[in-house]
Design a binder for this molecule. Sequence first.
Ligand code: F6P
Length: 548
Amino acid sequence: MSMAAGTTLTQRPAWVALQAHHASIGQTHLRELFAADPQRGERFALEAAGLYLDYSKNRIDAQTISLLVALAEDCGLHERIEAMFNGDIINMTEARPALHVALRTAMETRIFVDGVDVVAGVHAVLDHMATFAEQVRSGQWLGHTGKRIRNIVNIGIGGSDLGPVMAYEALRHYSQRDLTCRFVSNIDATDLLEATRDLDATETLFIICSKTFTTLETMTNAHAARAWSIARLGSEAAVARHFVAVSSNAQGVEAFGIAPSNMFGFWDWIGGRYSMDSAIGLSTMIAVGAEHFREMLAGFQVMDTHFRHAPLAENLPALLGLIAIWNNNFLGATTLAVLPYAQYLKRLPAYLQQLMMESNGKHVTESGAHVDYATSPVVWGEPGSNGQHSFYQLIHQGTALVACDFIGFCQSLHPPGDQHDLLMANLFAQTEALAFGKTAAEVSAENLAPVLTPHCVFEGNRPTNTLLAERLTPHTLGAMIAMYEHSVFTQGVIWGIDSFDQWGVQFGKQLAGHTTPELEGTTERPLNHDSSTNALIRRYRRFNRAPS
Ligand code: F6P
């Protein structure tokens, strides 16, 4: 446990010092902070693994950073980082390590879990994936009727979907264009039906991604896909050529009819939301090739090394996490908008929602004590500049303080033209406007009708981070995801919570399990829920069976 028994976070001297500091700096406007320090834009910036983080447009000064670093040290961040990298049990409620860093570590490294070196296993799976991916990409892997595979359908949910789809979209530029990848997650039959309606079964490969191989949504879709394939290919034997699995449940996979040689393994020490760089990324590897996948792993690894060794005040993921604590717990910004100015990153906000909210959306500490401070912010977002024509109004002039992460690239992946400059000009302009706003005097100078002045004033002082990289590459993507993983970890350590369990999700699974048979019941069958749920189920039963 990171927290000394009996000491709550809010009683720690470093926390109390931050509260006092907030009282003195909390209302200082970014205009004043920038005016007081002409070098501020460069001083509050960091570079690691090819990512440049400008955090100067946050309501902080040098003392804020040293107090946050002191808090991190006091909460044992250094020790917890070492514990994670060493494979110690840091997922306390599930009594296991959280070793996603082992997925991208060099072959020579040794990390032991229960006395077994896990790195050799990681590399064996990577080699297995690479061989298979190459067979599919080259057309050597043939379907049941002898045709090459043209379509990949990944079936999974949560971490077994969001990571693969995010990475596929992010790296689409590097993908083999004669292969299409689709992603099916929802138990709503629409998802699978729409994904497969125009596909030729003879050319379609399903990847069933499920760590447990028991998840209701995934197994339901997997069985439906199996039936779809058999109906079109005319034989159960077709399953062997059209289905592979990514799982840690070898028995379940075999029972489904997938041979062990077509199963890509992973381990219980990888959480679903930390698994996009494991075999769960098989669809990514098929799309972009093993070499690009390894480049992505290299990006993860460079950021891992930086996180493990850089001093906290110069540690990009740690600082990102500490600034998030400042914005959330001291300034009251309880939501975080993720705003990538890159269409290829359109699924990044959804991916980060799970990473951040499933990891740190907890109300008790590791030891089970109720927290008296906010934990994970609500995470949301959309690519820029689309969001500017939708919800940015609230970020600029609403009553809620929203912290924002802006993400952009210096180079476009497409031929030179004006569009990239226009895109990035929007990003820079937005962060400037959010920081500095527009005063009543500035509005008056624009000769608007005076009655409009209050509507056109922008208070500014909205906190933003800007993450800038040269170009969206597999390496950059890996570094960025590792950065966010470690920022989430940093926040979890400060809050003293287990960032690697998800008991809240288990509860929902149990509840739906009880309710499903009741929906099938006759209208007379008694119900024992509250009056609202009973009425909803009765109404559902009535209309579900009504002729359409
Ligand atoms: O949503 C809960 C969860 O347990 C996630 O953490 C996980 O990514 C997802 O379900 C899918 O689980 P599995 O890979 O076992 O099907």
